[in-house]
Design a protein around this ligand. Structure first.
Ligand code: GRF
Length: 171
């Protein structure tokens, strides 16, 4: 059976969407979280997913004696060095049409900038933030009557559909 490790530091809505997508499929999922109070840990418990609370400084040692088919970043708030990326294939999801709006607050910055569309990107992880080769993108129109909250909701919906399918394709 294939195994993936999801890295997350926060809310974990993408984590949950991935877990639910693969519920009746043959895939083992584990969680690596670096923040004690992250909401994603509670979600993992409720969904019966094995979670590992691993400080960033311990991440290399944690991964060194394990093997996963894919390493999936979903709101993991640290930059991974080359030594860690060499353990396998790492992918990330970002809420913009990369290379536009790299980094934090991408949805808000797109909204404030006045662009007419933004979107979601899934990409391979490189040492530079939000810069690896793009695997998939989905656009999202910014309608004139939309609030920032509307846009955030729409972007997250797109993420929750797109990410599991990309993962399935890569596996
Ligand atoms: C998502 O918007 C993702 O694109 C970005 O971080 C956010 C994580 O959200 N990398 P969640 O924790 O999955 O709800």
């Amino acid at each position: 059976m294939k195994k993936i490790l999801i890295f997350a530091s926060g809310n974990g809505s993408n984590f949950e969407a991935i877990v639910k997508y693969f519920l009746n499929k043959d895939l083992k999922i584990e969680l690596l979280c670096n923040i004690d109070e992250a909401g994603v840990l509670k979600r993992a418990k409720n969904l019966n997913i094995k979670s590992h609370l691993v400080r960033f400084a311990q991440t290399y040692n944690f991964l060194a004696d394990k093997k996963f088919d894919l390493y999936v970043l979903a709101g993991y708030m640290r930059i991974l060095p080359r030594g860690i990326l060499n353990f396998g294939t790492f992918i990330n999801i970002h809420p913009s049409l990369l290379p536009q709006f790299k980094g934090a607050d991408a949805i808000k910055r797109a909204f404030m900038s006045g662009v007419k569309e933004t979107g979601v990107s899934v990409h391979y992880v490189s040492e530079e933030v939000d810069s690896g080769e793009i695997i998939a993108q989905q656009k999202c129109k910014i309608e004139p009557d939309m609030t920032l909250q509307d846009l955030e909701n729409k972007i997250h919906q797109i993420e929750h559909c797109l990410y599991p399918k990309v993962i399935e394709g890569l596996l």
